[in-house]
Ligand binder design. Structure first.
Ligand code: G3H
Length: 250
């Protein structure tokens, strides 16, 4: 399982750089603009320069409206700024067809510019609270739009977590559908260390965190701490090993 960490700007990205050996993807966002809030192009550029070259930089394009042209142009902006993972939160899409239209535009805009870029179609585990597409429709939306991964995060950061809205069995189904479609499955949403056993067991490819690696577990007031990133990674590795041992024993 890959570890994606979301700093809110250059200062925190530098903290991530200190813990670079423990993480896999640095995900630029602007949390005060929403769960997948987009940051400025120059921030993405600066973070790309600050993070070791072998670590991919991801950028969120925002909690986007159903405006395919606008979103495609914004996604290209993120790619031009140096992000190679482009994450789109399909906040304003109420039907799978709308979401496919938005993601198809993103895929074309980004891959025409950089064919090896990795496009992530993200929905929300708490979609029922905001009226957007159903979480389990994301793998099909990602597949039909030519995206590379399907993701879930939570839209409302009020302390409720991924499994509060999409229980483990449904997350397992999400991962299964993503894999069946040839995609990676990414899961996030106030994920904590105690969720790692389940996320590992169900075959999650990427886990995204912020709060869990911030001081005091506070994604807003706390800052990302390299020692918490290292500790989170150690737990991930421990669970991966335990899981491999239990599978081998079957
Ligand atoms: O993409 C990952 C998100 O930033 C997760 O943030 P969170 O762990 O604070 O919910």
């Amino acid at each position: 399982m890959l570890l994606l960490i979301s700093p809110d700007g250059v200062e925190e990205a530098l903290e991530c750089a200190k813990a670079a050996e423990h993480l896999d993807i640095v995900d630029v966002k602007k949390p005060d603009e929403g769960s997948l809030g987009a940051n400025y192009p120059w921030v993405i550029r600066e973070i790309r320069g600050a993070v070791p070259a072998d670590k991919p930089v991801s950028a969120t394009v925002g909690d986007v409206p159903y405006k395919p042209g606008t979103v495609a142009q914004a996604a290209l902006g993120a790619a031009v700024s140096g992000a190679t993972y482009i994450k789109v939160g399909l906040y304003g899409c109420t039907t799978p067809d709308q979401a496919i239209e938005v993601m198809s535009g993103v895929v074309r805009a980004v891959k025409d510019y950089r064919p090896d870029a990795f496009v992530v179609a993200s929905g929300y585990a708490d979609a029922h609270r905001i009226g957007c597409v159903n979480p389990l429709s994301l793998p099909d939306i990602a597949r039909r739009s030519g995206s590379d991964a399907a993701m879930l995060d939570t839209a409302v950061k009020d302390g409720s977590r991924l499994f509060d809205h999409v229980p483990p069995a449904a997350c397992e189904e999400f991962v299964r559908l993503a894999h069946e479609a040839g995609l990676l499955a990414a899961l996030a949403g106030s994920v904590k260390v105690e969720d790692l056993a389940t996320l590992t067991r169900i075959g999650t490819d990427i886990v995204g965190v912020r709060g869990a690696v911030c001081e005091g577990g506070d994604r807003n007031a706390g800052r990302i701490q390299p020692r918490l990133v290292a500790a989170f990674r150690a737990e991930m590795d421990r669970h991966a090993q335990e899981h491999a041992t239990s599978v081998a024993a079957l």
